[in-house]
Design a protein around this ligand. Structure first.
Ligand code: HEM
Length: 409
Protein backbone atom coordinates (compact mmCIF):
# COMPACT_ATOMS: atom_id res chain seq x y z
CA UNK A 1 0.00 0.00 0.00
CA UNK A 2 1.44 3.39 -0.92
CA UNK A 3 1.91 5.97 1.83
CA UNK A 4 -0.29 9.10 1.75
CA UNK A 5 1.44 11.97 -0.01
CA UNK A 6 3.08 14.43 2.36
CA UNK A 7 1.01 17.35 3.66
CA UNK A 8 3.51 19.63 1.94
CA UNK A 9 2.07 18.48 -1.39
CA UNK A 10 -1.22 20.18 -0.48
CA UNK A 11 -1.60 23.49 -2.27
CA UNK A 12 -4.60 25.48 -1.07
CA UNK A 13 -3.55 28.48 -3.15
CA UNK A 14 -4.25 26.65 -6.41
CA UNK A 15 -7.46 28.13 -7.84
CA UNK A 16 -7.81 25.26 -10.30
CA UNK A 17 -8.20 22.89 -7.34
CA UNK A 18 -11.02 24.94 -5.78
CA UNK A 19 -12.62 25.22 -9.22
CA UNK A 20 -13.33 21.46 -8.94
CA UNK A 21 -14.98 21.98 -5.53
CA UNK A 22 -13.53 22.44 -2.04
CA UNK A 23 -10.72 19.89 -1.50
CA UNK A 24 -12.34 18.25 1.54
CA UNK A 25 -9.94 15.34 1.56
CA UNK A 26 -7.03 17.77 1.98
CA UNK A 27 -8.85 19.88 4.56
CA UNK A 28 -9.69 16.75 6.58
CA UNK A 29 -6.10 15.52 6.44
CA UNK A 30 -4.79 18.88 7.58
CA UNK A 31 -7.32 19.11 10.41
CA UNK A 32 -6.48 15.60 11.60
CA UNK A 33 -2.71 15.67 11.20
CA UNK A 34 -1.63 19.29 11.44
CA UNK A 35 -4.52 21.64 12.20
CA UNK A 36 -2.31 24.72 12.38
CA UNK A 37 -0.30 23.94 9.29
CA UNK A 38 2.58 25.93 7.84
CA UNK A 39 1.74 26.27 4.16
CA UNK A 40 4.32 27.46 1.66
CA UNK A 41 3.04 29.67 -1.13
CA UNK A 42 4.53 30.27 -4.57
CA UNK A 43 3.96 34.02 -4.48
CA UNK A 44 4.54 34.98 -0.84
CA UNK A 45 6.27 34.11 2.43
CA UNK A 46 3.80 31.33 3.38
CA UNK A 47 0.93 31.24 5.87
CA UNK A 48 -0.63 29.22 8.67
CA UNK A 49 -3.63 27.27 7.34
CA UNK A 50 -6.44 26.80 9.90
CA UNK A 51 -8.98 24.02 9.42
CA UNK A 52 -10.41 23.60 12.96
CA UNK A 53 -13.60 25.34 14.01
CA UNK A 54 -12.10 26.31 17.34
CA UNK A 55 -9.00 27.88 15.82
CA UNK A 56 -10.97 29.94 13.29
CA UNK A 57 -13.14 31.17 16.14
CA UNK A 58 -10.08 31.97 18.28
CA UNK A 59 -8.36 34.01 15.57
CA UNK A 60 -11.47 35.77 14.30
CA UNK A 61 -12.53 36.89 17.78
CA UNK A 62 -9.13 38.36 18.72
CA UNK A 63 -8.79 41.28 16.27
CA UNK A 64 -6.02 43.02 18.19
CA UNK A 65 -3.87 39.89 18.17
CA UNK A 66 -4.83 38.80 14.68
CA UNK A 67 -5.16 41.94 12.65
CA UNK A 68 -7.15 42.72 9.51
CA UNK A 69 -5.31 46.05 9.21
CA UNK A 70 -1.65 44.99 9.12
CA UNK A 71 -1.80 43.03 5.87
CA UNK A 72 -5.44 43.30 4.83
CA UNK A 73 -8.04 40.49 4.72
CA UNK A 74 -6.74 38.73 1.59
CA UNK A 75 -3.97 36.19 1.19
CA UNK A 76 -1.62 38.26 -0.92
CA UNK A 77 -0.25 41.50 0.48
CA UNK A 78 -1.69 44.37 -1.52
CA UNK A 79 0.83 46.46 -3.44
CA UNK A 80 2.35 49.34 -1.43
CA UNK A 81 -0.15 51.92 -2.75
CA UNK A 82 -3.06 49.46 -2.39
CA UNK A 83 -2.63 48.75 1.32
CA UNK A 84 -3.62 52.31 2.22
CA UNK A 85 -6.93 51.86 0.37
CA UNK A 86 -7.61 48.44 1.88
CA UNK A 87 -7.20 50.00 5.31
CA UNK A 88 -9.90 52.53 4.49
CA UNK A 89 -12.48 49.74 4.05
CA UNK A 90 -14.07 48.31 7.21
CA UNK A 91 -12.96 44.80 6.38
CA UNK A 92 -9.34 46.07 6.50
CA UNK A 93 -9.60 47.90 9.84
CA UNK A 94 -8.97 46.94 13.47
CA UNK A 95 -10.66 48.28 16.62
CA UNK A 96 -11.23 50.97 17.70
CA UNK A 97 -11.35 52.58 14.24
CA UNK A 98 -13.28 49.61 12.88
CA UNK A 99 -16.10 50.10 15.40
CA UNK A 100 -16.55 53.74 14.43
CA UNK A 101 -16.82 52.94 10.71
CA UNK A 102 -18.96 49.85 11.19
CA UNK A 103 -21.45 51.72 13.33
CA UNK A 104 -22.16 54.09 10.42
CA UNK A 105 -23.92 51.34 8.53
CA UNK A 106 -24.71 48.74 11.17
CA UNK A 107 -28.07 50.37 11.93
CA UNK A 108 -29.14 49.76 8.35
CA UNK A 109 -28.59 46.03 8.75
CA UNK A 110 -30.31 45.26 12.06
CA UNK A 111 -33.02 42.58 11.94
CA UNK A 112 -35.61 45.35 12.42
CA UNK A 113 -34.38 47.36 9.44
CA UNK A 114 -34.09 44.27 7.28
CA UNK A 115 -37.61 43.21 8.28
CA UNK A 116 -38.80 46.48 6.75
CA UNK A 117 -37.42 45.32 3.42
CA UNK A 118 -39.09 41.93 3.78
CA UNK A 119 -42.35 42.60 1.95
CA UNK A 120 -40.75 44.16 -1.08
CA UNK A 121 -38.00 41.53 -1.13
CA UNK A 122 -40.62 38.80 -1.01
CA UNK A 123 -42.50 40.42 -3.89
CA UNK A 124 -39.31 40.78 -5.96
CA UNK A 125 -38.32 37.16 -5.24
CA UNK A 126 -41.80 35.99 -6.28
CA UNK A 127 -41.53 38.02 -9.51
CA UNK A 128 -38.14 36.53 -10.42
CA UNK A 129 -39.18 32.96 -9.58
CA UNK A 130 -42.54 33.36 -11.36
CA UNK A 131 -40.66 33.85 -14.63
CA UNK A 132 -39.60 30.20 -14.37
CA UNK A 133 -43.21 29.17 -14.98
CA UNK A 134 -43.09 30.02 -18.66
CA UNK A 135 -40.31 27.52 -19.37
CA UNK A 136 -38.94 24.19 -18.24
CA UNK A 137 -35.26 25.15 -18.03
CA UNK A 138 -33.00 28.09 -17.25
CA UNK A 139 -29.50 29.13 -16.25
CA UNK A 140 -30.20 29.37 -12.54
CA UNK A 141 -27.23 31.68 -11.88
CA UNK A 142 -28.11 34.42 -14.36
CA UNK A 143 -31.87 34.02 -14.42
CA UNK A 144 -32.44 33.75 -10.67
CA UNK A 145 -29.49 33.74 -8.25
CA UNK A 146 -27.77 36.88 -9.54
CA UNK A 147 -30.85 39.04 -9.76
CA UNK A 148 -32.14 39.15 -6.21
CA UNK A 149 -28.97 40.24 -4.33
CA UNK A 150 -28.35 42.99 -6.87
CA UNK A 151 -31.91 44.12 -6.42
CA UNK A 152 -31.70 44.25 -2.61
CA UNK A 153 -28.35 45.98 -2.35
CA UNK A 154 -29.45 48.48 -5.01
CA UNK A 155 -32.65 49.19 -3.10
CA UNK A 156 -30.67 49.76 0.09
CA UNK A 157 -28.10 51.96 -1.63
CA UNK A 158 -30.61 53.83 -3.82
CA UNK A 159 -29.07 52.70 -7.12
CA UNK A 160 -31.51 53.47 -9.97
CA UNK A 161 -32.79 50.48 -11.92
CA UNK A 162 -31.17 51.51 -15.19
CA UNK A 163 -27.67 51.33 -13.65
CA UNK A 164 -27.98 48.02 -11.83
CA UNK A 165 -26.91 45.65 -14.54
CA UNK A 166 -23.73 47.54 -15.32
CA UNK A 167 -22.87 47.81 -11.66
CA UNK A 168 -23.40 44.07 -11.28
CA UNK A 169 -20.96 43.38 -14.13
CA UNK A 170 -18.40 45.69 -12.60
CA UNK A 171 -18.59 44.13 -9.16
CA UNK A 172 -18.15 40.73 -10.76
CA UNK A 173 -15.03 41.82 -12.68
CA UNK A 174 -13.60 43.37 -9.55
CA UNK A 175 -13.85 40.48 -7.13
CA UNK A 176 -13.67 37.49 -9.47
CA UNK A 177 -10.47 38.69 -11.07
CA UNK A 178 -8.72 35.31 -10.75
CA UNK A 179 -10.99 33.86 -13.42
CA UNK A 180 -9.72 34.66 -16.93
CA UNK A 181 -13.24 34.42 -18.33
CA UNK A 182 -14.54 37.12 -15.97
CA UNK A 183 -11.43 39.32 -16.01
CA UNK A 184 -9.36 38.36 -19.08
CA UNK A 185 -6.54 40.80 -18.29
CA UNK A 186 -5.35 42.44 -15.05
CA UNK A 187 -6.58 45.69 -16.56
CA UNK A 188 -10.19 44.42 -16.55
CA UNK A 189 -10.51 44.67 -12.79
CA UNK A 190 -8.56 47.94 -12.63
CA UNK A 191 -10.86 49.42 -15.26
CA UNK A 192 -13.87 48.09 -13.36
CA UNK A 193 -12.72 49.78 -10.17
CA UNK A 194 -12.13 53.07 -12.02
CA UNK A 195 -15.64 52.88 -13.45
CA UNK A 196 -17.18 52.10 -10.03
CA UNK A 197 -15.22 55.02 -8.56
CA UNK A 198 -16.72 57.29 -11.23
CA UNK A 199 -20.16 55.88 -10.58
CA UNK A 200 -19.86 56.40 -6.82
CA UNK A 201 -19.08 60.09 -7.37
CA UNK A 202 -22.13 60.43 -9.59
CA UNK A 203 -24.24 58.78 -6.90
CA UNK A 204 -22.81 61.13 -4.29
CA UNK A 205 -23.60 64.17 -6.42
CA UNK A 206 -27.13 62.93 -7.04
CA UNK A 207 -27.78 62.12 -3.37
CA UNK A 208 -26.41 65.49 -2.25
CA UNK A 209 -28.73 67.26 -4.67
CA UNK A 210 -31.75 65.07 -3.85
CA UNK A 211 -31.25 63.17 -0.58
CA UNK A 212 -33.22 59.91 -0.76
CA UNK A 213 -32.63 58.51 2.71
CA UNK A 214 -30.79 55.55 1.17
CA UNK A 215 -27.70 53.95 2.64
CA UNK A 216 -25.62 56.03 0.20
CA UNK A 217 -27.16 59.05 1.85
CA UNK A 218 -26.30 57.68 5.30
CA UNK A 219 -22.66 57.27 4.21
CA UNK A 220 -22.51 60.84 2.93
CA UNK A 221 -23.97 62.29 6.14
CA UNK A 222 -22.00 60.08 8.51
CA UNK A 223 -19.37 61.45 10.85
CA UNK A 224 -16.42 59.59 12.31
CA UNK A 225 -14.53 61.36 15.10
CA UNK A 226 -16.44 64.54 14.34
CA UNK A 227 -15.63 64.63 10.62
CA UNK A 228 -17.36 63.50 7.43
CA UNK A 229 -15.95 60.64 5.33
CA UNK A 230 -13.48 61.76 2.69
CA UNK A 231 -14.43 61.18 -0.96
CA UNK A 232 -12.16 58.18 -1.15
CA UNK A 233 -13.51 56.68 2.10
CA UNK A 234 -17.06 57.14 0.84
CA UNK A 235 -16.27 55.62 -2.54
CA UNK A 236 -14.52 52.59 -1.10
CA UNK A 237 -17.37 51.99 1.36
CA UNK A 238 -19.92 52.23 -1.47
CA UNK A 239 -17.92 49.90 -3.69
CA UNK A 240 -17.36 47.36 -0.93
CA UNK A 241 -21.05 47.19 -0.02
CA UNK A 242 -22.02 46.62 -3.65
CA UNK A 243 -19.45 43.84 -4.07
CA UNK A 244 -20.05 42.20 -0.67
CA UNK A 245 -23.82 42.26 -1.17
CA UNK A 246 -23.71 40.73 -4.61
CA UNK A 247 -21.22 37.96 -4.98
CA UNK A 248 -21.83 36.03 -1.80
CA UNK A 249 -25.61 35.72 -1.76
CA UNK A 250 -25.63 34.78 -5.44
CA UNK A 251 -23.11 32.05 -4.66
CA UNK A 252 -25.11 30.74 -1.70
CA UNK A 253 -28.31 30.60 -3.77
CA UNK A 254 -26.66 28.65 -6.59
CA UNK A 255 -24.95 26.22 -4.23
CA UNK A 256 -28.16 25.82 -2.27
CA UNK A 257 -30.08 24.65 -5.31
CA UNK A 258 -27.20 22.42 -6.33
CA UNK A 259 -27.18 20.83 -2.86
CA UNK A 260 -30.93 20.12 -3.15
CA UNK A 261 -30.47 18.61 -6.62
CA UNK A 262 -27.70 16.41 -5.28
CA UNK A 263 -29.71 15.42 -2.19
CA UNK A 264 -33.22 14.68 -3.50
CA UNK A 265 -34.36 13.14 -0.22
CA UNK A 266 -33.47 16.30 1.66
CA UNK A 267 -35.19 18.33 -1.06
CA UNK A 268 -38.40 16.33 -0.67
CA UNK A 269 -38.19 16.68 3.08
CA UNK A 270 -38.26 20.45 2.64
CA UNK A 271 -41.16 20.21 0.22
CA UNK A 272 -43.08 18.24 2.87
CA UNK A 273 -42.07 20.59 5.67
CA UNK A 274 -41.20 24.14 4.54
CA UNK A 275 -40.78 25.21 8.17
CA UNK A 276 -37.34 23.61 7.82
CA UNK A 277 -36.22 26.22 5.27
CA UNK A 278 -34.31 28.37 7.83
CA UNK A 279 -32.38 25.27 8.99
CA UNK A 280 -31.73 24.31 5.37
CA UNK A 281 -30.31 27.76 4.68
CA UNK A 282 -27.80 27.37 7.53
CA UNK A 283 -26.89 23.94 6.22
CA UNK A 284 -26.40 25.30 2.70
CA UNK A 285 -24.06 27.93 4.13
CA UNK A 286 -22.18 25.30 6.13
CA UNK A 287 -21.99 22.94 3.16
CA UNK A 288 -20.59 25.43 0.64
CA UNK A 289 -19.17 28.58 2.26
CA UNK A 290 -19.47 31.33 -0.39
CA UNK A 291 -16.04 32.64 0.66
CA UNK A 292 -13.24 30.10 0.93
CA UNK A 293 -11.00 32.03 3.31
CA UNK A 294 -10.09 35.32 4.90
CA UNK A 295 -6.75 36.29 6.34
CA UNK A 296 -5.35 37.85 9.51
CA UNK A 297 -1.80 38.85 10.43
CA UNK A 298 -0.30 38.17 13.89
CA UNK A 299 0.58 41.41 15.69
CA UNK A 300 2.85 39.73 18.29
CA UNK A 301 4.39 36.34 19.06
CA UNK A 302 1.28 34.29 19.87
CA UNK A 303 -0.07 30.76 19.98
CA UNK A 304 -2.90 29.02 18.18
CA UNK A 305 -3.52 25.81 20.10
CA UNK A 306 -0.01 24.49 20.81
CA UNK A 307 1.51 26.15 17.77
CA UNK A 308 3.67 29.25 18.29
CA UNK A 309 2.92 31.94 15.72
CA UNK A 310 5.49 34.69 15.10
CA UNK A 311 4.64 38.38 14.89
CA UNK A 312 3.96 39.24 11.26
CA UNK A 313 2.90 35.73 10.23
CA UNK A 314 -0.10 35.37 7.99
CA UNK A 315 -3.00 33.19 9.15
CA UNK A 316 -5.68 31.94 6.74
CA UNK A 317 -9.04 30.73 8.04
CA UNK A 318 -10.41 28.06 5.68
CA UNK A 319 -14.14 28.13 6.30
CA UNK A 320 -14.86 24.84 4.49
CA UNK A 321 -12.47 23.16 6.94
CA UNK A 322 -14.05 24.72 10.03
CA UNK A 323 -17.58 23.95 8.79
CA UNK A 324 -16.82 20.24 8.54
CA UNK A 325 -14.95 19.85 11.79
CA UNK A 326 -16.18 16.58 13.35
CA UNK A 327 -15.46 18.01 16.82
CA UNK A 328 -18.42 20.35 16.27
CA UNK A 329 -20.64 18.75 13.62
CA UNK A 330 -21.95 15.16 13.69
CA UNK A 331 -21.41 13.45 10.33
CA UNK A 332 -19.91 16.64 8.91
CA UNK A 333 -19.88 15.31 5.34
CA UNK A 334 -23.60 14.60 5.39
CA UNK A 335 -26.00 17.30 4.13
CA UNK A 336 -28.93 17.49 6.55
CA UNK A 337 -31.63 20.04 5.80
CA UNK A 338 -32.75 19.98 9.44
CA UNK A 339 -29.32 20.17 11.09
CA UNK A 340 -29.55 21.89 14.46
CA UNK A 341 -27.61 23.37 16.12
CA UNK A 342 -25.52 24.56 13.22
CA UNK A 343 -22.74 26.94 14.27
CA UNK A 344 -21.42 27.29 10.70
CA UNK A 345 -18.77 29.98 10.26
CA UNK A 346 -19.49 31.10 6.69
CA UNK A 347 -20.34 34.64 7.86
CA UNK A 348 -17.15 34.80 9.92
CA UNK A 349 -17.40 35.48 13.65
CA UNK A 350 -16.42 38.25 16.07
CA UNK A 351 -15.33 41.75 15.17
CA UNK A 352 -15.94 41.48 11.40
CA UNK A 353 -18.99 39.19 11.54
CA UNK A 354 -20.80 39.74 8.26
CA UNK A 355 -22.91 42.89 8.39
CA UNK A 356 -25.16 41.52 5.67
CA UNK A 357 -25.91 38.23 7.43
CA UNK A 358 -29.51 39.17 8.34
CA UNK A 359 -30.19 40.32 4.81
CA UNK A 360 -28.52 37.28 3.25
CA UNK A 361 -30.44 34.88 5.51
CA UNK A 362 -33.75 36.55 4.75
CA UNK A 363 -33.04 36.55 0.99
CA UNK A 364 -32.11 32.87 0.99
CA UNK A 365 -35.12 31.86 3.09
CA UNK A 366 -37.52 33.74 0.82
CA UNK A 367 -35.89 32.35 -2.32
CA UNK A 368 -35.96 28.71 -1.26
CA UNK A 369 -39.51 28.95 0.09
CA UNK A 370 -40.61 30.35 -3.27
CA UNK A 371 -38.65 27.82 -5.33
CA UNK A 372 -40.04 24.86 -3.38
CA UNK A 373 -43.56 26.00 -4.17
CA UNK A 374 -42.92 26.75 -7.81
CA UNK A 375 -40.73 24.05 -9.35
CA UNK A 376 -40.00 20.38 -8.82
CA UNK A 377 -38.12 17.49 -10.45
CA UNK A 378 -35.12 19.79 -10.79
CA UNK A 379 -32.13 18.34 -12.60
CA UNK A 380 -28.83 19.54 -13.98
CA UNK A 381 -28.75 19.80 -17.75
CA UNK A 382 -24.95 20.02 -17.74
CA UNK A 383 -22.30 20.16 -15.03
CA UNK A 384 -22.28 23.56 -13.28
CA UNK A 385 -19.43 25.82 -14.42
CA UNK A 386 -17.51 26.96 -11.38
CA UNK A 387 -15.42 30.05 -10.84
CA UNK A 388 -11.64 29.77 -11.06
CA UNK A 389 -10.85 31.25 -7.64
CA UNK A 390 -9.40 30.28 -4.27
CA UNK A 391 -11.36 33.13 -2.65
CA UNK A 392 -14.93 33.07 -3.95
CA UNK A 393 -16.78 29.76 -4.18
CA UNK A 394 -18.68 30.97 -7.24
CA UNK A 395 -20.77 29.18 -9.83
CA UNK A 396 -20.77 30.95 -13.17
CA UNK A 397 -23.44 28.96 -14.93
CA UNK A 398 -25.87 26.23 -13.88
CA UNK A 399 -28.26 25.01 -16.56
CA UNK A 400 -31.21 23.25 -14.96
CA UNK A 401 -34.36 21.55 -16.19
CA UNK A 402 -37.49 21.35 -14.02
CA UNK A 403 -41.22 20.80 -13.88
CA UNK A 404 -43.52 23.65 -12.91
CA UNK A 405 -45.78 22.62 -10.04
CA UNK A 406 -49.41 22.56 -11.10
CA UNK A 407 -50.45 24.34 -7.92
CA UNK A 408 -48.23 27.25 -8.93
CA UNK A 409 -50.89 28.30 -11.45
C1 HEM B 1 -24.40 34.44 2.02
C2 HEM B 1 -23.98 35.67 1.93
C3 HEM B 1 -22.77 36.23 2.62
C4 HEM B 1 -21.65 35.61 3.12
C5 HEM B 1 -21.35 34.12 3.15
C6 HEM B 1 -20.78 36.65 3.66
C7 HEM B 1 -19.57 36.40 4.27
C8 HEM B 1 -18.85 37.33 4.99
C9 HEM B 1 -17.71 37.05 5.83
C10 HEM B 1 -17.06 35.67 6.01
C11 HEM B 1 -17.32 38.20 6.41
C12 HEM B 1 -16.21 38.35 7.45
C13 HEM B 1 -14.96 39.01 6.99
C14 HEM B 1 -13.81 38.85 7.95
O1 HEM B 1 -13.91 38.18 8.97
O2 HEM B 1 -12.75 39.42 7.64
C15 HEM B 1 -18.20 39.25 5.92
C16 HEM B 1 -18.11 40.58 6.25
C17 HEM B 1 -18.91 41.54 5.69
N1 HEM B 1 -20.02 41.37 4.88
FE1 HEM B 1 -20.75 39.61 4.25
N2 HEM B 1 -21.38 37.86 3.46
C18 HEM B 1 -22.59 37.67 2.83
C19 HEM B 1 -23.51 38.62 2.47
C20 HEM B 1 -23.35 39.96 2.65
C21 HEM B 1 -24.29 40.98 2.25
C22 HEM B 1 -25.63 40.72 1.57
C23 HEM B 1 -23.72 42.18 2.59
C24 HEM B 1 -24.24 43.59 2.40
C25 HEM B 1 -25.32 43.96 1.91
C26 HEM B 1 -22.47 41.92 3.26
C27 HEM B 1 -21.64 42.86 3.79
C28 HEM B 1 -20.53 42.60 4.57
C29 HEM B 1 -19.75 43.63 5.19
C30 HEM B 1 -19.99 45.13 5.10
C31 HEM B 1 -18.70 42.96 5.89
C32 HEM B 1 -17.57 43.59 6.68
C33 HEM B 1 -17.92 43.67 8.12
C34 HEM B 1 -16.78 44.21 8.95
O3 HEM B 1 -15.64 44.27 8.50
O4 HEM B 1 -17.08 44.61 10.08
N3 HEM B 1 -22.27 40.56 3.28
N4 HEM B 1 -19.15 38.68 5.07
Amino acid sequence: MSAEPSLDAIDLTDASVWEQGAPHEWLDRLRTNDPVHWHEEPDGPGFWALTRHDDVRRVSTAPLEFSSYVGGPLRLDPPEDGLGQVRMIIIGMDPPEHRAFRSIVSKAFTPRMIARLEDSLRAETARVVAELRDRDHCDFVTDVAARIPMWSISELMGVPEADRHRLYELSHALIDDQDPEVAPTPETSTEASIEIFGYASEMAARERAHPSGSLTNVLLDAEVDGRKLTDIEFTLFFMFLIVAGNETTRTASSHGLLALIEHPDEHQRLVRDPTLVPNAVEEILRWEPPIHHFRRTATADLRIGDQPIAAGDKVLMWYAGANRDPAVFDDPHVFRADRSPNPQLSFGIGEHFCLGANLARLSLRLLFAELLQTIDDIELRSPPRRLHSNLINGIKEMQIGYRVRPSAG
